[in-house]
Design a protein around this ligand. Structure first.
Ligand code: NI
Length: 142
């Protein structure tokens, strides 16, 4: 990796799909089809990396929960301390008298991050939780 050389290859697809692609390129103000397709490929590679093995990923885990629910906050805190090596930063917002919004910035092996997210999101009383995966940036030159 690390090369900024451009690879050229032809892509075949149904013409109706190509027309939709061109319309999206215009709608989103992209330079051309190539830019749109390169972005899609990056997104797919990030998702693929997140599903596969131990490739390093970065991302955020978002949780909404009621802090008054017995044992929940203690459990969430314990899980986070057990996996502190993957958690770079946390943000806690008191949404109202009961509800808390917590955002964890995480970085680490995909399988470890997924397991951490699963254990937090599945904690009984978490109203909504989601892992949003992005890349550490190193896999994409430029
Ligand atoms: Ni709170």
């Amino acid at each position: 990796m690390g090369s900024n050389r451009v690879a050229r290859f032809s892509v075949s697809m149904p013409s109706a799909l190509a027309e939709q692609l061109d319309a999206m390129v215009v709608d989103r103000g992209l330079a051309n089809r190539s830019q749109a397709i390169a972005e899609m490929v990056r997104n797919e590679l990030v998702e693929h990396g997140a599903r596969m093995g131990s490739e390093e990923i970065a991302g955020t885990i978002t949780l909404v929960y009621n802090h008054r629910r017995p044992n929940l906050q203690a459990r969430l805190t314990r899980v986070q301390h057990d996996h502190h090596e993957w958690i770079i930063s946390t943000l806690h917002v008191h949404l109202d008298h009961e509800n808390c919004l917590e955002v964890l910035v995480v970085r680490g092996p995909a399988d470890a991050i997924r397991a951490l997210s699963d254990s937090l999101v599945s904690a009984k009383g978490v109203k909504h939780g989601r892992l949003a995966v992005t890349t550490t940036g190193r896999a994409f030159p430029g």
